[in-house]
Design a protein. Structure first.
Ligand code: FEO
Length: 401
């Protein structure tokens, strides 16, 4: 659906081609680059799309406004998934003015060589388009230093940049009463509410948490600052740069971002491990089985075999981390070491923690994992469960988690 309201139109795109976002994170359901038009006496485009999709978005723009020019492009965020379409936009609309904050100016020059037709705005500045007005709020580090959000007063609509974003392209309406993840197969997790409407928040929750933890997770304090800054603003609609347009479930999407950026995990265990010869893997699977029998929610990730994207998601979602590594070269095995470095980078807090893993002649991995956990201020559930040589249920006994 392109027409959100009479004056607000969706002109974004689904990217189902890209395999990994930022060159790192898998996209099993694709991703959207959202772009919005505000159509009044003047016309403003809020956020552009990635370069490869610029013509597709421009076609949508022209379907909405015919041969009227776009007067402004508001650059809320300079990361190329939203800004690399600028070059093509300027070819089609040579008089378009770029609206951005001062920190974006050298980035626009550096990425695209653009130095003209740029209008810088400060916190609280207002741009009138006729009966419509856009107010700009600087929200640095959500997710880059130049990030800002744009508020469309008359429609009570917040263009939030990456905040409140999600991985996942949409199969249906982009709005939260209709958006569904783009599936090639039926998904057992997808459910419609009794009234026939898709519960978009449920549908997208996993991809929201994965997007937040993978991409924005390091910037929890700026996200909290932005939430405080926006607290006094009446918001009826959130138009993020990725994922659905939120209208009916605004409290829900804000609550998810608030919870994740406060590092509040829900009851459950994220088991993340790597294994050389299957012994640490056997311990991880035994723990998972214990949790299943106890009815404790859990997720289990073999970091030696899978992208850590999903383990980061579950480390943010659950309140307990169980990390397993064999002793490898007198240390933690590399995939696990990389994973915990990622947790450190994301300043994960407020977790219960237990380490486990096999060793042969020296027990170092559990010691090193505990040092990491103590450094992060985690609560150690026990001194850990190291075990010598092969796994057996008799010698690998986990405390109640
Ligand atoms: Fe979607 Fe930080 O770019």
């Amino acid at each position: 659906m392109s027409r959100i309201t009479d004056k607000l139109r969706y002109v974004g795109v689904n990217d189902l081609d890209k395999k990994v976002f930022e060159g790192l994170w898998p996209l099993p359901y694709g991703v959207t680059y959202n772009s919005y038009l505000v159509v009044d006496e003047k016309i403003a485009l809020i956020d552009a799309v990635e370069h490869d999709f610029a013509d597709e978005s421009i076609t949508l723009i022209q379907e909405e406004i015919g041969d009227r020019p776009v007067d402004f492009i508001v650059v809320n965020h300079m990361e190329p998934d939203h800004s690399s379409g600028l070059v093509r936009l300027r070819e089609v609309y040579p008089d378009i003015r770029i609206v951005c904050c001062a920190k974006a100016v050298p980035m626009i020059r550096g990425f695209y060589g653009i130095t003209d037709n740029i209008m810088t705005v400060k916190d609280g500045d207002v741009l009138s388009l006729g009966d419509s007005s856009l107010t700009f709020y600087l929200t640095p580090m959500v997710h880059w230093p130049e990030t800002m959000m744009t508020y469309y007063l008359e429609e009570k609509t917040l263009f939030s940049g990456d905040a409140f974003g999600s991985f996942g392209a949409e199969d249906c309406d982009v709005r939260d009463s209709g958006a569904r993840l783009h599936h090639s197969d039926d998904c057992a997790d997808c459910g419609d509410t009794a009234d026939g409407q898709t519960d978009t928040l449920h549908e997208f929750e996993s991809e929201i948490a994965r997007y937040y933890s993978n991409v924005v997770g390091k910037y929890a304090a700026p996200v909290q600052n932005a939430l405080k800054k926006l607290a006094g603003i009446e918001i009826k609609r959130i138009c993020s740069t990725h994922g659905p347009v939120w209208e009916n479930q605004i409290d829900g999407i804000i609550e998810i971002y608030d919870r994740l950026s406060r590092y509040e995990g829900r009851r459950g265990v994220c088991i993340a491990y790597a294994s050389m010869y299957g012994n640490t893997a056997a311990a991880a699977k035994a723990l998972a089985e214990e949790l299943r029998l106890s009815g404790v929610p859990y997720a289990i990730h073999d970091l030696g075999a899978e992208n850590p994207s999903y383990a980061y998601r579950d480390a943010f979602l659950y309140d307990t981390l169980a990390i397993g590594s064999p002793t490898y070269n007198g240390d933690i095995i590399p995939p696990v070491k990389t994973f915990i470095a990622g947790l450190e980078l994301r300043t994960l807090k407020n977790r219960r923690f237990i380490a486990f893993g096999s060793h042969t002649w020296t027990d170092m991995s559990v010691k090193r994992l505990n040092e990491f956990a103590v450094g992060r201020g985690f609560e150690l559930i026990s001194d850990g469960v190291p075990f010598e040589h092969a796994y057996s249920p008799e010698k690998v006994v986990f405390p109640k988690l």
